[in-house]
Write a protein that binds this ligand. Structure first.
Ligand SMILES: [Cu+2]
Length: 204
């Protein structure tokens, strides 16, 4: 996954609450993480229409640590447990909505070491934020296919064990929205797919 064209400059996020715990320094925007060759991290990639394979059962983990969500973008399986932890000695909450801001849940998690478990029944993108600390945001992608991944720091992704066939390779990134392109997996060997995104065709 590669960004082409202009690279947007995103403003740092001020730390304006609980500075004794969270620190005073502005946090760099997590919304655009690029490798040197413009490989795009934190994009979700999935195959539409691929049958077979077991959906990972989890449990998946989401931490609030040093006043940031970790990981920033994660694929979780539909219906699988997601264990949310507060690793900080400060009150956080977890406010989950759809991209269109429809409420999924909103839970406070006040105590260091506290956890709660949620499951997500609707496939798609979930927006996470902590309302106490406005710089704290993150994303989940609720997948109903095992062939879903988040691009790594170099912008790479792979799905092992895809049955041969022709599928739609779908991608989502918070700045670029959703895109898709066809991909054919041969009967033997690997399929290779390159995805290029540009702000010029950003859909949201
Ligand atoms: Cu918080």
């Amino acid at each position: 996954m590669t960004l082409s064209g202009p690279v947007p400059k995103l403003a740092a996020r001020p730390v304006n609450a609980d500075v004794a715990i969270c620190g005073k320094a502005d946090r760099p925007s997590p919304s655009l993480v690029l490798a040197k060759d413009k490989g795009l991290a934190n994009a979700v990639v999935w195959l539409e229409g691929a049958k077979g394979g077991a959906l990972p059962k989890g449990p998946f983990s989401l931490d609030q640590k040093s006043c940031l969500f970790t990981p920033y973008v994660q694929v979780v399986s539909k219906g699988a447990p997601v264990v949310v932890r507060n690793s900080d000695a400060v009150l956080h909450n977890v406010h989950a909505t759809t991209v269109a801001a429809a409420q999924i849940f909103n839970r406070a998690i006040p105590i260091k070491g506290q956890t709660f478990t949620e499951t997500f029944s609707e496939p798609g993108v979930v927006r996470l934020k902590c309302d106490v600390h406005t710089w704290m945001t993150a994303w989940l992608f609720v997948a109903d296919t095992p062939y879903a991944a988040v691009t790594d720091a170099e912008g790479r992704f792979s799905f092992p064990g895809v049955p041969p066939g022709t599928y739609r390779l779908k991608t989502w990134h918070e700045l670029f929205g959703e895109k898709s392109q066809p991909v054919t997996v041969p009967a033997s060997g690997a399929a290779k797919a390159d995805v290029t995104l540009s702000l010029l065709d950003a859909s949201n």
